[in-house]
Write a protein that binds this ligand. Structure first.
Ligand code: FAD
Length: 346
């Protein structure tokens, strides 16, 4: 019989992030498909009662908590000890956790301590009576999908954020069983002194946005009047981002230009690059502008549900089956009009 443990940590305000609810959805679905399985929840944080209450109507039969000031923030030694203690208390065989930066750093080490195995970047868990439990993940820059099975337990499964729907189980009153651990002084040596994050407006990568807006090198190329129009491009892109709060992606050619000292859009960095050697974000929709849609770029669009592109060239890569809709048009004109309509709508 499998004991499924949903392992989550709270945020500093005591809440659970969306990706924790996504992992909870995956764990609940697996529990439902395994007739004789047991399903429990483990929470780590300064205080976990509010988080447990917020998901109290999920099908878990028991809640475990490691609580205290020592667990309010990410610290390898404390987090690993907490996760290990909960796994032991729950006698977990399958540990399902959101792939937050905090758990990503820790859970492979915990699997090692417990003689288990860990799989990261999991996008799907399936189980059938005949085939057993399998997890799916992507390889070779999201070009190949593999289904993996393991006999080793405990099996740690880290679920990629955005790959599941978030569990909507409602609030209630949960009884949390405290798992006490005595941290040694050596487990408390690291102290989190604060966070450095870009100002809200400088932060252009927004994983939770509905739309991915992608810019290509065409924005900096000579246009029909024989001139480049980089300041105008910058204004159009910034306005669109401000009006829509979409996430900003880029082609490699455009982000590379900054390294080559050419006139570029200052708010783009290599972190914005989408593609084979860039990111593979997940968004409901994507709009590509002034980007050719070449294969190494579009492999990064794997998880964009609806793709649209604007390009002057009717034979660009998007036209060859890589976009659902291609507007053969001047992106300067189109985005100018779109911004005008968005501003009027607001
Ligand atoms: C091993 C390898 C890995 C790579 N990895 C990546 C990767 O991860 N990500 C990535 O992006 N690329 C990657 N590339 C590079 C990729 O092959 C392309 O070179 C790159 O994506 C091209 O960028 P682009 O479309 O912005 O520029 P270009 O190819 O120069 O295209 C510019 C486009 O803008 C259009 N345009 C110009 N003006 C306008 C206008 N006014 N309105 C509308 N359209 C206009 C033009 O028609 C043209 O199609 C990789 C290449 C290799 C070999």
């Amino acid at each position: 019989m499998e004991t499924i443990l949903l392992l989550a940590h709270t945020e500093t305000d005591g809440s659970l992030v969306k990706s924790a609810r996504e992992a909870l959805h995956a764990a609940g679905a697996l529990h439902k498909s395994l007739a004789d399985s047991k399903f429990v929840v483990g929470l780590v944080g300064e205080n976990v009662q509010a988080a447990a209450n917020s998901i109290a109507s999920c099908p878990a039969s028991k809640y475990f908590g490691v609580v205290g000031k020592d667990f309010s923030q990410s610290r390898y030694a404390a987090d690993a000890a907490a996760a290990e203690a909960i796994c032991k208390a729950a006698q977990a065989t399958l540990v399902i956790a959101p792939a937050t930066s905090r758990w990503n750093r820790v859970l492979a080490g915990v699997a090692q301590r417990l003689g288990g195995r860990a799989d990261t970047h999991v996008t799907e868990i399936s189980s059938t009576q005949t085939a057993g439990i399998a997890v799916n993940r992507w390889y070779y820059r999201q070009r190949m999908e593999a289904a993996l099975q393991r006999t080793q337990r405990p099996w740690f499964i880290l679920i990629d954020p955005g790959s599941q729907i978030a569990c909507e189980c409602g609030a209630g009153s949960a009884t949390v069983e405290n798992v006490t651990i005595a941290l040694t002084d050596s487990a408390k040596r690291t102290t989190v002194t604060g966070f450095h994050a870009p100002a809200a407006d400088a932060q252009t990568i927004r994983p939770d946005a509905q739309l991915l807006f992608v810019t290509g090198a065409g924005w900096t190329k000579k246009q029909t009047d024989g001139q480049t129009h980089v300041p105008e491009a910058e204004k159009l892109i910034r306005n669109f981002l401000q009006l829509t709060r979409s996430s900003l992606g880029s082609s490699k050619s455009l982000v590379d230009q900054s390294g080559e000292g050419q006139a570029v859009l200052p708010f783009l960095s290599h972190l914005n690059q989408i593609g084979q050697t860039g990111a593979t974000p997940r968004h409901l929709k994507g709009l590509s502008t002034c980007c050719h849609g070449e294969e190494p770029h579009t492999v990064g669009w794997r998880f964009i549900a609806e793709r649209r592109a604007i390009n002057l060239d009717p034979n660009c890569g998007w036209a060859r089956g890589k976009a659902d809709v291609l507007y053969v048009a001047d992106a300067f004109a189109v985005m100018g009009k779109v911004n005008e309509l968005l501003a009027a709508g607001k």
